[in-house]
Design a protein around this ligand. Sequence first.
Ligand code: NAD
Ligand code: ZN
Length: 361
Amino acid sequence: NRVMIETAAKTYPVVIGERAVETITSFLDEMDKKPTRLFIIADESVRALHGVRLEAALPSDIPADWHNVPAGESAKSFGVFEQCLTRMLECSLDRRSLVVAFGGGACGDLAGFCAAAYMRGIPFIQVPTTILAHDSAVGGKTAVNHPLGKNMIGAFHQPEAVIFDTLFLQSLSEKETRSGFAEVIKHALIADPSLYEDIRSSVNNASDMSGSFLEYCLKRGIEIKGSIVKEDELETGVRAYLNFGHTYGHAVEALSGYGNVAHGEAVACGMIFALYASAAKNGLSFDIPAFAKWLKTAGYPVESGTMFSFNDIYEVMTRDKKAYGGTVRFVLLSKIGEPYVTDMTKEELQKIDEQFRKEAV
Ligand code: NAD
Ligand code: ZN
């Protein structure tokens, strides 16, 4: 199973499936310039769980150095970034070396940025291990966090390949599974009504987000992300559609103190909010309460939005980099599969917030 991602910078494969990791050696053999050294930046929890399988899949004729980073979001700090670069220098990596990102979206963002910054850019591949990473590993956005803002320091740097072994996903917690799957639902809503219907009829809880159905969803999600990235690699236009559900979602995620409500769980709330906004602003016809109820049944904490006052949520949304003046920039749908970008006023948002609290929770 393979999806090609086309960008101005390069075209690269996403190999997806059980045991995909076993294709790494042949992929490296076929590279134009076969790497002379590997540097694996690994989420330490992921390494403990799955390091043996990756290690076994690496070629025996290329020297490899491993570097552990803290699990999850804490990897995306200046301190960890600097430690990685120090190790990379100590290992004398050069432009023929290849960085391997082994972990979820956080590790991928960090390792990609290390590869982008080291000697002004050396190649890297992504070996993602979360459902969410079907989104984050594709498209070339890399970053670390600054104390003043998440993902504010980064670069566009496309990987040479994404090797997405779905067996790694079996050890994800239910919360991480749900969180990542929210991005699949997002891809369906912004681009593919029939995928959305498939998901609605197949998924009732987190355990349905697995196996061959999950693999099918991930492949479709990656194709959708790939086609948007192809059109707008540097996010000057349609790439913004990928922020569907994220304006309100980011606010909930930030207010809950990052982690309590997982990213995708917050995005699920944000999608409900954006659907109400779409109905109010553009007459979207969609049974939003039924959608919210389905998400709740599947375990999404839909009520998270109501833990905070509208004013607090509004304040965070206007602080977000996507805001202009007193209005907040939103991705809405004119139909399922047809997104557009619009600015919402405080008054409009307040009405939708009231509706969200009354009907969705
Ligand atoms: P994550 O990388 O923070 O991982 C979440 C937790 O799951 C961690 O504790 C990790 O150790 C653990 N984990 C990872 N793989 C596992 C596995 N197979 N089994 C068991 N546990 C495992 O979370 P994430 O949701 O994958 O990524 C979130 C990050 O992705 C955020 O930093 C976000 O900013 C970023 N992101 C980037 C993009 C992009 O385009 N670059 C897009 C979306 C999100
Ligand atoms: Zn997201």
